[in-house]
Design a protein around this ligand. Structure first.
Ligand code: AMP
Length: 467
């Protein structure tokens, strides 16, 4: 994915050339080669590039070059992100790239106390990376001063401009100087979003690196059709067979994520857990454990689908089929970062087949349903004891599972299909709930087609374009 242009030829100062060398970047990626010169010239840019292709550095490098000219501790750059983890990740990348300079950045996000953020903002920061809700709190209380703002970045721009976030983002934008540079980046920028974006931009340059609206070519996609109640069993089987080094597992709801993490725990598989009902320290701890390899499994809702850059994720599992092709691209894009390869596995129950077909059609791809050889597809549904969660819905291993051992218990538990609990608890705090009018019921629950559970036999079938 690297280009044969050099960082020198992009017009970057020696300070930044040293920084990229320190990070081991041999040459710019395509999005960097195309976006950096335009941003250095002060152009507004709408940039789309496949997941994991270095877009953060594509906007941070030229921004730092501008900041380095006069570090004054007045906020001149604002980066808005859809999740806390992404805001922190961008702050960390900024720290890496500005080591040895006086440039100061601060991540401002919810779920933690205001105090340290207020102190940093009062002392003055050159760049703020923020989630919209918490930033609005600071703006309303007079902690943030954007009079000197020069650059606004909407990272994961299509999320920032969708119905969930847009009211907050619009309000923030009204507080910013009109004369500024605006940069938008995402792997997926639908036409309607681009039209909306153009209203807040000045003659933006469109920069597209690689194929639009596609997962990286280096991802291998596998689909396993399976009855809903066998999803957990098949996942455990895949984990126990080996070959999966590090896996991020996405569920549809927080409730299902809790339950899956507990079921894995009871099988002796320790998994981290991230969703919008977990405390910030639990979220950070889970992410840290996964990054460092303490846990090789991380169970998450779509709150972890955007932007997270974790080296070495070999597999992404869609325990539940994602709601749209866009979500599919972002979820599976957590693997195959930069030049790596990766595997995406989707478990599809009979009720989800239509959704997967839509995704295949939108991506112009045919997913072939396959069988896991030797897996017992005839196992009966398990009897489930009531699920335990803490006051905030956090994962609490039940007492009987406090000392897990591999194969300790035959009481593995599969999923049990969409339930009221799923519908009540769907959606995530960082992620204002979206409506998918064609694929969801009025309250976000999946539409269930009568009799579809009976059509599971014969798993070799295609989902997607021409099917
Ligand atoms: P991003 O798409 O911004 O999340 O970046 C994905 C990964 O690519 C991060 O781990 C970056 O450190 C890495 N990266 C960014 N630019 C380059 C480059 N030019 N060469 C190699 N790796 C890069």
């Amino acid at each position: 994915m690297q280009t044969n242009v050099s960082f020198q030829s992009l017009g970057l100062d020696p300070l930044l050339l040293k920084a990229v060398q320190r990070l081991g970047y041999a040459s710019p990626t395509q999005i960097q080669a195309e976006a950096i010169p335009a941003i250095l010239k002060g152009r507004d840019v709408i940039g789309s590039a496949r997941t994991g292709s270095g877009k953060t550095a594509a906007f941070l490098l030229p921004i730092i070059q501008r900041l380095a000219k006069h570090p004054v501790r007045r906020t001149r750059v604002l980066v808005l992100s859809p999740t806390r983890e992404l805001a922190v990740q961008t702050e960390n990348m900024l720290k890496e790239l500005t080591r040895g300079t006086a440039i100061k950045g601060k991540a401002v996000y919810g779920g933690v106390g205001m105090h340290l953020q207020v102190r940093a903002l009062r002392e003055g920061v050159d760049l703020i990376t923020a989630t919209p809700g918490r930033l609005l709190d600071h703006i309303r209380r007079g902690h943030a001063d954007f009079r000197d703002l020069q650059v606004l970045v909407l990272d994961e721009a299509d999320r920032m401009l969708d119905m969930g976030f847009f009211p907050d983002v619009r309000q923030i934008i009204t507080d910013l100087p009109k004369k500024r540079q605006t940069l938008l980046f995402s792997a997926t920028i639908p036409r309607e979003v681009e039209q909306l974006a153009r209203q807040i931009m000045h003659e933006p340059l469109r920069v597209t690196a690689g194929q639009q609206y596609q997962p990286p070519k280096s991802i291998h996609h596998t689909v396993y059709p399976v009855q809903e109640h066998l999803k957990t069993r098949i996942l455990i089987e895949l984990l126990q067979r080996g070959g999966i080094k590090s896996v991020l597992v996405f569920t549809r709801t927080k409730w299902r994520a809790n339950r899956l993490a507990q079921d894995l725990f009871e099988e002796g598989i320790r998994a981290g857990l991230i969703h919008g009902d977990r405390t910030q320290s639990q979220r950070e701890n889970a992410l840290e454990g996964f990054r460092t390899g303490r846990e090789k499994v991380l169970v998450a809702t779509d709150v972890a689908a955007r932007g997270l850059d974790i080296q070495g994720i070999s597999h992404v599992v869609n325990y539940d089929v994602p709601p749209s092709a866009t979500d599919y691209i972002h979820r599976v894009g957590r693997t195959a970062r930069v030049d790596a390869t990766g595997d995406a596995i989707t478990l599809v129950s009979p009720n989800e087949e239509e959704d997967l077909r839509h995704i295949g059609r939108d991506l112009g791809h045919s997913f072939l349903g396959e069988e896991v050889p030797g897996f017992n597809y005839d196992a009966p549904p398990p009897i489930r004891p009531p699920h335990r969660t803490g006051r905030h819905g956090e994962f609490r291993p039940s007492r009987s599972a406090s000392r897990p051992s591999r194969g300790q218990s035959q009481r593995w538990r599969g999923g049990s299909g969409p339930s009221q609990g799923d519908a009540r608890q769907s959606g995530d705090q960082d992620r204002p709930q979206r409506r998918h009018p064609y694929r969801r019921g009025q309250h976000g629950q999946r539409r269930v087609r009568a009799g579809s559970e009976t059509r599971s036999r014969g798993r070799r079938r295609y989902y997607g374009s021409n099917h």
